[in-house]
Design a protein around this ligand. Structure first.
Ligand code: A3P
Ligand code: MG
Length: 280
């Protein structure tokens, strides 16, 4: 029996680091589908909230649903496109958050700053997260494991090619400096409140970036803070939250309280959050 068959026959325990690699492989497969559709030409339509959805979002979500059902059978999947079509599953103690194509605006434009995001949420907190940007070949993965260890990684990966975790490079947030912060913020959805907060901070450099790649910059110590004081959804944040936590940082509500997850009644909306590098 091959390793892949073995994994299919016996689902991995939730705290097993091999689960992170399996989720990364699912993201790499979805990334391959996204790049193929991008090459063929993008068919864009607009959802009720006027955000764009493409054939790539839908195809990537379909492949992720199949992969995740194989990797974690029976674990509910809360995925952006299913929820927007009223077909969302119900979150349980353990559930998955999936954004099949985060940064659709960047995808529809020329930028390669779009990602596949997968988060495993356990007991209300994102414990594993994978962010894969197929057009720029960047994979981020991180989480906390049953051993009590938390680890975060990055890797340069081609879409569709299975990932060897041995080749992943460990990453850490950098300690937030007292002066001259590096801040990262949305390229396409920068709101006035976030701009005001940024203006109030001692910032040496500001990076604009699309999608969950912003969390990768915090996790690898390239940025100290990623504030977002306008609404996003749990699938935009969960994977990055797990990654940044595993790298020694944090993601919280602006008042410092924990971010809640699995809020079906709020349609999974996250009104605001701030991601920080390593504090004190
Ligand atoms: N008003 C709003 N309500 C909910 N989510 C929003 C939003 N405005 C932006 N977003 C989310 O922010 C994501 C883009 O983030 P960024 O600006 O950092 O690239 C979008 O992801 P999708 O592209 O997956 O729809 C979208 O879900
Ligand atoms: Mg998104």
């Amino acid at each position: 029996m091959t390793d892949q068959n073995l994994a299919a026959a016996s689902p991995l325990p939730l705290g097993d680091p091999a689960l992170l690699a399996a989720l990364a492989d699912a993201a790499l497969k979805a990334g391959a589908v996204i790049l193929r559709i991008r090459k063929e030409g993008i068919g864009t339509r607009y959802k009720a909230d006027e955000s764009p959805v493409t054939a790539a979002d839908l195809a990537a979500e379909e492949i992720l649903r199949a992969e995740l059902a194989r990797i974690l059978p029976g674990v509910p999947v809360i995925a952006e496109e299913a929820v927007s079509q009223g077909r969302g599953e119900t979150p349980a103690e353990t559930f998955l958050l999936v954004d099949p194509l985060d940064g659709t605006r960047e995808f529809v434009g020329a930028s390669g700053e779009f990602t596949v995001n997968i988060a495993l949420v356990t007991a209300g907190t994102p414990s594993l997260g994978v962010i894969y940007a197929p057009a720029v070949g960047k994979l981020y993965a991180g989480g906390s494991f049953a051993s009590g260890e938390a680890r975060a990684f990055r890797a340069a990966r081609a879409a569709g090619v299975p990932s060897a975790p041995e080749s992943w490079e460990p990453i850490r947030c950098r300690p937030i400096p007292d002066h001259g912060l590096v801040a990262v913020a949305s390229r396409s959805h920068l709101d006035p409140d976030t701009q005001e907060l940024l203006a109030s901070l001692d910032i040496a450099e500001r990076i604009s970036c699309g999608s969950a790649l912003k969390f990768g910059l915090v996790a690898e110590g390239r940025a100290d803070i990623y504030p977002r004081l306008s609404t996003v959804c749990e699938w935009d944040v969960g994977a990055g939250h797990a990654l940044v936590r595993a790298a020694g940082g944090s993601v919280r509500r602006p008042d410092g309280n924990p971010l809640p997850y699995g809020r079906t009644e709020a349609e999974y909306r996250v009104p605001a959050f701030i991601a920080y590098g390593a504090q004190g």
